[in-house]
Ligand binder design. Structure first.
Ligand code: AMP
Length: 500
């Protein structure tokens, strides 16, 4: 696998692979420790290829366990600490990992767990014991990322080595900025696929990942101090992070004098933000890129400059990468003519082999094109294409992006129904400037609870926090006697949105 081969090349150097809160990990150490972890896995689990689950956040050791797992023929499942333990339990049940690396103090219902101190011990014990043979091929699943699912339980998107190679090939012309080393911003949780840009694109090119955790992201003073010392050359993030930063005048070229490229992805990049970025960073290139987890991080991109902003009604999501196909399809699957709105389909080697153990979902979401034999994915995104350029018009279902996080409204609703005394629930996004900024949940109670609205909302939110990550918890909870219904007798979400 390309990345593992590249790591071997840099293993003879003391280039810095990861920087986090003053700790530096060189490529030499990263490679050596990954080999030690691989030797441990081979010793204890032999040829078993069950995944290794990694529960943590941005700890500097996480890539060691990821790449060590790959070397020994396992895939890995990164699960961020924003996932409460009950959600982790659901993932454990679905994925049956042979080992859980637990970098937190939380107790997990896993069959075999190693904590940070046990891991440190075994890295010493198995140092130098690996036989040097990476047990991974093209079809091998590299990682499974669990994302919000409509049933109230997360679903696992599997990505293979072949998928990652296709991503790397497709994205290279868009990411290229003549950097053979350089500093790459690494702030996205490893359980979201945009982090693959740092882990695979940047590390395979010998760059340094400047790592920022969520505590720093939530504290403007700490964040700006980190950015000031970072010497970042390459920035990949959601527009939400830039929108947060841009509120401060400090967020300009003087803060990041080295930055050559900003890549925005994961949610709508507004013209307003793009133009402000062009003004604040006149020497950097700005790229808007798009892609679902199921098609390996990114599949379209476009360079955003003043000329583009002046000529388009909204920033397009770009041109499909050269090594894949993008089609706009009618509900019956037929390709639509230029300019017509329909579902965006992505076909090519970047498309996932499917959700883990979910043939029911796979049948709906994935397909094989009869004519070309290419594997395809129904994105659920309403788009239109003009002169090869794709414009994103919105979702065709109940999926929303909140601060860049993917949330299925039905997932939140299902979990609300598990809360004591909630008989029915409907969740709607609240929009500001065309962008979802929060969720409002409407609930019908089974019986009067005698609580004030505030106390009830607090109680329900506390209950939800045990099953949902914090970014999925509705900001407002409103109790209703009855739901407005539409002509089909279903809950009228448009009417609820107006109320929200
Ligand atoms: P995820 O799997 O979390 O990366 O989410 C994928 C979804 O995010 C896509 O299907 C889109 O709905 C949305 N998305 C990703 N990138 C963009 C973008 N540049 N502009 C608008 N929406 C985007």
């Amino acid at each position: 696998m390309f990345l593992l081969d590249q790591l071997k090349r840099y293993a003879a150097t003391d280039r810095i692979a990861l920087l986090y809160q003053g700790q530096a990990v060189t490529y030499r150490t990263l490679h050596r420790q990954a080999e030690a972890f691989a030797a441990y896995l081979l010793d204890v689990f032999g040829n078993c290829d069950a995944p290794v689950l990694i529960y943590g956040h941005k700890e500097v050791c996480i890539p060691v366990y990821m790449f060590g797992a790959l070397k020994a023929g396992h895939s890995y499942i990164p699960v961020d600490t924003t996932f409460p333990t009950e959600r982790v339990a659901q993932i454990l049940e679905q994925a049956s990992p042979c080992l859980t690396v637990n970098l937190t103090d939380a107790a997990l219902p896993a069959a075999k767990t190693l904590d940070a101190s046990a891991l440190a011990e075994l890295l010493t014990k198995y140092d130098g014991a690996f036989d040097g043979v990476d047990r991974i091929d093209d079809q091998h699943v590299v990682y499974t990322l669990f994302t919000s699912g409509t049933t109230g339980k997360p679903k696992g998107v599997q990505i293979t080595a072949k998928n990652i190679a296709a991503f790397d090939e497709g994205v290279a012309p868009w990411f290229d900025c003549n950097l053979t080393d350089g500093v790459f911003l690494n702030e996205i949780s490893y359980s979201f696929d945009v982090s693959v840009c740092a882990l695979y694109y940047a590390l395979s090119r010998g760059m340094t990942l400047y790592t920022v955790d969520k505590q720093t992201l939530n504290d403007p003073r700490a964040l700006f101090a980190a950015l000031r010392e970072s010497e970042i050359d390459f920035w990949v993030s959601t527009p939400s992070l830039a929108e947060f930063c841009i509120r401060s005048e400090q967020f300009a070229e003087a803060l990041l004098p080295n930055v050559k490229k900003f890549v925005f992805c994961g949610e709508v990049l507004t013209k307003k933000l793009a133009q402000e970025m062009l003004t604040r960073f006149p020497h950097a290139e700005i790229v808007n890129a798009y892609g679902p987890t199921e098609t390996t991080v990114l599949v379209t991109a476009i360079k955003v400059d003043e000329a583009l902003c002046a000529n388009v009604p909204s920033i397009p999501i770009g041109y499909p990468f050269a090594n894949l196909q993008a089609r706009i399809a009618a509900p019956d699957g037929a390709s639509l003519p230029e300019g017509e709105a329909g579902e965006l389909l992505i076909l090519g080697d970047c498309v996932s082999p499917g959700y883990l153990h979910r043939p029911d979902l796979n049948e709906k979401a994935f397909f094989t094109d009869r004519q070309t034999g290419l594997r395809g994915y129904h994105t659920g995104d309403l788009c239109r294409m003009e002169n090869g350029l794709i414009y994103y018009l919105g979702r065709m279902d109940g999926q929303v992006k909140l601060n860049g996080f993917r949330v299925e409204l039905e997932d939140v609703e299902s979990n609300l129904l598990r809360v004591e005394n909630v008989a029915r629930a409907a969740v709607v996004p609240v929009f500001e400037d065309g962008k979802a900024v929060s969720l409002t949940a409407f609930v019908r109670l089974e019986a009067a609870d005698g609580l004030s609205s505030l106390a009830r909302a607090k109680k329900i939110k506390t209950a939800l926090a045990s099953t949902l990550p914090s970014y999925m918890i509705p900001r407002k909870i409103v109790a209703v006697e009855d739901f407005p219904l539409n002509t089909n007798g279903k809950i009228d979400k448009k009417a609820l949105s107006a109320l929200a």
